[in-house]
Design a protein around this ligand. Structure first.
Ligand code: HEC
Ligand code: HEC
Ligand code: HEC
Ligand code: HEC
Ligand code: HEC
Ligand code: HEC
Ligand code: HEC
Ligand code: HEC
Length: 345
């Protein structure tokens, strides 16, 4: 298939597209009518492939179109229709950025329509991995990890997209100038809070071009994070499991999130993903009525404006005591810890 592409004049046109915006790319290709097409009478999802395991919530859905082009395409994620911009489908490939998956299993169904009637469809069932939820922790039998950025997969896109980043600048000042933007822009436009270096297109500052797999971030990522975020945690006597291991991205999305601090879940739900047992039994105190200390749903007396959660009492990163209690030295009586809140009310 790739050799067909190489033989066509469209390859050269495609190569020009490095930093050209999406619209210009479209025009350039429509002009170059000589794109050699893989002839097929059926629609087929190319990415993400069936039974693949993905690590990020936003999937790029790319679809090879039948030679008899549909005049409309609909995408259904878990049977709900995804909103798509109105488009004409003249090329053999249709690309959609940022279909937002839920953790665990997801069904992506792409339907081709002609004259308003469905004529063909293709389905891909994928698994979004997440350490923070029981449905996302383990992929079902038959599913396997998927790395898009390797030669065999990228080859299919090369007639129209630039994927050689060896000569591009490592850092940009505008996200639009990043060579990643054309395919990953929804990562920066979907969520309310975007992490500084991602927001300015500094993708290649964290994603190593020379790495294997291509563009991966060396694990654990903590060293990288700490290169910009000076903090005193490593010198504290007690480090919290995942933080001490440098697995910051388990809790923080490195790119963007609707939560403050780019958390993958609200502070109230984040911890329970790994410490379910805390919610199952009384915590901190057992009064005579067997009432536990509340762990959520109150205003936090110590941090005005914030919800009372696990991190009102525990530092999520490290501390001076084995349970990383906030603002407590571990030497004075524990009541000194309690009164940080209770004396104030
Ligand atoms: C601050 C460092 C950093 C920056 C800047 C950054 N990334 Fe990432 N990225 C990571 C890390 C760390 C992971 C691995 C996350 C994990 O372990 O789940 C990752 C994972 C990804 C993934 C796969 C999983 C996911 O979360 O979707 C994609 C795609 C990605 N990055 C694209 C980008 C693009 C595009 C940019 C620029 C707009 C960018 N990254 C900027 C650190 C970064
Ligand atoms: C026949 C040419 C062609 C091929 C082959 C092709 N693309 Fe595209 N792609 C385009 C054009 C043109 C655009 C931008 C215009 C548009 O919105 O359709 C685009 C846009 C995209 C976008 C952004 C879509 C959006 O919603 O903003 C993604 C993601 C993408 N391509 C991924 C891929 C991947 C991955 C492959 C290979 C599996 C691929 N493309 C192969 C032509 C192509
Ligand atoms: C031609 C479109 C395209 C371009 C350009 C592109 N990506 Fe991707 N990338 C994808 C697709 C498709 C996936 C598979 C995941 C998905 O469905 O979104 C992916 C996945 C990733 C992943 C997860 C690991 C993997 O290989 O599957 C990382 C990390 C990533 N991209 C980083 C980047 C960075 C950094 C850039 C810019 C230097 C970039 N990408 C440019 C299409 C693209
Ligand atoms: C290239 C430097 C750089 C790297 C690497 C980096 N960050 Fe950041 N980070 C920043 C900047 C600048 C800000 C402040 C702007 C903002 O809020 O996005 C920030 C803000 C944050 C914040 C919000 C802090 C606050 O007080 O609101 C968190 C959380 C964060 N980063 C986590 C991480 C994690 C986790 C990693 C590793 C995956 C990481 N950062 C890697 C530069 C970096
Ligand atoms: C177990 C989950 C978890 C892990 C792992 C984690 N964090 Fe955090 N982080 C949080 C939470 C929760 C907050 C918000 C705390 C709050 O609301 O007071 C936070 C806040 C932050 C902040 C902003 C406030 C501050 O304390 O400076 C930065 C920066 C940050 N984390 C960076 C990191 C880095 C770097 C790593 C890896 C070395 C990391 N985090 C690992 C949960 C985590
Ligand atoms: C990715 C899984 C994960 C997440 C998410 C997580 N933890 Fe942990 N936590 C651990 C591990 C692993 C340990 C250390 C081993 C153990 O307790 O057996 C630990 C230990 C602790 C301890 C010390 C336990 C002791 O025995 O002294 C506290 C307190 C704690 N976590 C609180 C939190 C809080 C608060 C959050 C949310 C901000 C959180 N954890 C989120 C995995 C996690
Ligand atoms: C009112 C403050 C407070 C809140 C809120 C709180 N904790 Fe704790 N937590 C404590 C104290 C005090 C200890 C006991 C510390 C010690 O013995 O050194 C503790 C101990 C722990 C431990 C280790 C011992 C054990 O019981 O397993 C874990 C894990 C833990 N907390 C997790 C959580 C999680 C998860 C949440 C949120 C669901 C939470 N805590 C909410 C104060 C709190
Ligand atoms: C970060 C703030 C904070 C810390 C620290 C804290 N508490 Fe609380 N406590 C609260 C909040 C919020 C409530 C719920 C509102 C209320 O009852 O006024 C509460 C409620 C209570 C209650 C009433 C429980 C009920 O169900 O009636 C007791 C008793 C209590 N705390 C004891 C303690 C003890 C003992 C400590 C120290 C080990 C402690 N608290 C540390 C914030 C805190």
């Amino acid at each position: 298939m790739a050799s067909d592409f190489k033989a066509s004049g469209a390859v050269k046109l495609g190569r020009l597209t490095g930093l050209i915006g999406a619209a210009a790319l479209g025009v350039c290709l429509l002009g170059g009518a000589a794109v050699a097409e893989p002839g097929d009478s059926h629609i087929k999802i190319v990415t993400p492939p069936d039974k693949s395991v993905l690590e990020g919530p936003l999937a790029a859905v790319t679809v090879r179109l039948p030679t008899d082009r549909p005049d409309e395409i609909q995408i259904f994620l878990n049977r709900r229709r995804v909103r798509l911009p109105k488009r004409q489908y003249r090329q053999y490939m249709a690309c959609f950025d940022g279909v937002e998956l839920a953790s665990g299993k997801n069904e992506i169904r792409v339907v081709a329509l002609k004259g308003g009637k469905p004529v063909d469809e293709s389905t891909s069932t994928v698994f979004l991995h997440s350490e923070l939820s029981s449905d996302g922790a383990r992929a079902p039998e038959g599913f396997s990890g998927y790395t898009f950025h390797e030669q065999t997969h990228e080859r299919v896109c090369l007639p129209c997209h630039q994927l050689d980043f060896s000569k591009t600048a490592e850092s940009e000042t505008r996200a639009e100038n990043s060579p990643c933007y054309q395919c990953h822009k929804k990562m920066l436009t979907t969520y309310a809070n975007v992490h500084g270096p991602a927001a300015v297109g500094g993708c290649l500052g964290c994603h190593d071009r020379g790495a294997k797999p291509k563009l991966s971030v060396p694990k654990p990522e903590g060293k990288l994070c700490n290169s910009c975020h000076e903090n005193s945690w490593p010198s504290m006597p007690f480090g919290h499991g995942p933080t001490a291991a440098g697995s910051c991205a388990i809790c923080h999305d490195p790119h963007a999130s609707n939560q403050p601090y780019f958390l993958r879940k609200s502070a109230a739900d984040l911890c329970a993903g790994c410490h379910e047992e805390i919610l199952a039994k009384p915590h901190v105190i057992v009064g005579f009525s067997n009432n536990a200390h509340p762990v959520r749903k109150w205003p936090d007396p110590y941090h005005p404006g914030k919800e009372f959660t696990c991190v009102s009492c525990h530092n999520p990163h490290a501390g001076l005591t084995p349970a990383f209690l906030q603002n407590y030295d571990g030497i004075s009586p524990i009541s000194n810890f309690c009164i940080t809140c209770h004396a104030m009310r």
